[in-house]
Design a protein around this ligand. Structure first.
Ligand code: UD1
Length: 370
């Protein structure tokens, strides 16, 4: 008998996490993987290019959920994903990360059990247990609620199990497997070295900073955005700041009538181009989650434009520094980097390119022998 497993993707940070899992699942003869795209991200630059760069097959279904309020987006995803569950009747659903679709598909999966006495789909959450303890972040709700209902909780770093156990999650459901995002980084690093993005943008290695900024707390709040732009202007006098802009930020800059023309703004980039830019940057300034992890492995200094991180190992072992939104702290951190005061850091345990293998072996063993 074949076990059907649905892998859910939805938004940009999901693709590089799901890709290695999907590839690995395909190696198991007794497993039939099904790829479902909820359509939370729909712009080609946030979605399609990743399928190409990561050699992901076309999804078996695209739910076309799109944007909306949190309730709309989450609700619409639940309804459409319920249809997918009744069509495919998977044995297990795998959700990754912490976006709205992660939670929506998790809830839809476990709720199907209540209405069907004879059907009990299992749920696995990849990147479980991360906590920012910041309830202003929609992702914090998504993480906690998804973890609360998952049968398999695959963690990336030691803080994951600690957080989950504190929340009363049975230790037997928690598996420390490492970081699937790093599986992709290791698999595609060589290919990324061939990207011609530096020539296209006329950049020299180590002579620019790379910026990503899209968190609602940084870009939806006019004062916060203006403050960040102010310090970025100062930084841009020291070195080029390359900014692949996120549609949310583009929209907010227009809405507030703010200018960012001192930055080297480029459209959102694909996985390989972005990896190449990260590898050769003098430093990275970001409010993203995954980039804190990728820079740790690449040993590139990372300044996180947030007051907290759900990925503490990147600070304790990696190259990440939490600088928040304080302009002086941000500016002096950049000055320090330019003066060569940088931490080398080390690669956290199990960030070794084999996380997807550990996940799939665990799942396979359980499905064979529940
Ligand atoms: C989402 C995730 C966030 C992740 C980010 C990565 C949630 C709550 N947030 O945030 O965790 O870090 O993705 O990018 O799930 N838009 C487009 N094209 C698209 C998608 C969005 O133009 O393909 C615009 C729309 O105006 C939309 C806005 O961006 O309203 C925000 O999109 P949304 O998916 O709600 O959240 P992100 O900010 O992308």
């Amino acid at each position: 008998m074949k076990f059907k497993i649905i892998v859910v993707v939805a938004a940009r940070p999901n693709f590089m996490k799901a890709a290695p899992i999907f590839v690995e699942l395909k190696r198991f003869k007794n497993i039939e993987p099904v790829l479902i795209h909820t359509g939370q991200h729909y712009d080609a630059g946030l979605s399609k290019v990743f399928f190409h760069d990561l050699s992901l097959p076309r999804p078996d279904a695209h739910l076309g959920v799109g944007s909306g309020t949190h309730g709309e987006q989450t609700g619409k995803t639940m309804v459409t994903f319920e249809g997918i569950l009744s069509k495919h009747k998977p044995h297990l659903v795998i959700v990754v990360g912490d976006v709205n679709s992660t939670l929506a598909c998790a809830l839809a999966t476990v709720k199907v059990r209540c209405a069907n006495k004879d059907y009990y789909p299992l749920l696995a959450h990849v990147e479980a247990g991360l906590r920012s303890f910041d309830w202003h972040m929609p992702e914090e709700y998504n993480r906690r609620l998804t973890d609360a209902v998952s049968d398999f909780l695959f963690t990336t770093e030691p803080s994951g199990a600690r957080n989950l156990e504190r929340e009363g999650i049975d230790r037997k459901r928690i598996f420390f497997v490492g970081n699937v995002m790093i599986d992709s980084l290791m698999r595609f690093k060589k290919r990324a070295e061939h990207s011609d993005i530096l020539q296209r943008l006329k950049l020299e290695k180590k002579k620019y900073a790379l910026l990503t900024m899209h968190r609602p707390s940084n870009v939806d709040d006019k004062r916060a955005l203006r403050g960040l732009l102010h310090v970025l202007r100062r930084i841009s006098r020291l070195l080029d700041v390359v900014y692949p802009i996120h549609p949310r930020t583009e929209k907010m800059l227009k809405q507030y009538g703010l200018s960012a023309d001192f930055l080297r703004i480029v459209p959102p980039l694909g996985y390989l181009d972005f990896l190449q830019l990260m590898m050769n940057a003098r430093c990275v300034l970001t409010d993203s989650g995954g980039i804190q992890e990728e820079t740790t492995v690449l040993k590139i200094p990372c300044l996180t434009l947030r007051n907290n991180t759900e990925r503490p190992v990147t600070v304790s072992e990696g190259t990440n520094t939490i600088v928040g939104k304080d302009p002086e702290k941000i500016f002096s951190a950049v000055e320090n980097i330019l003066e060569g005061k940088i931490r080398k850091g080390k690669c956290p345990k199990f960030w070794d390119g084999k996380a997807a293998r550990r996940i799939c072996r665990t799942i396979d063993a359980h499905l064979r022998n529940p």
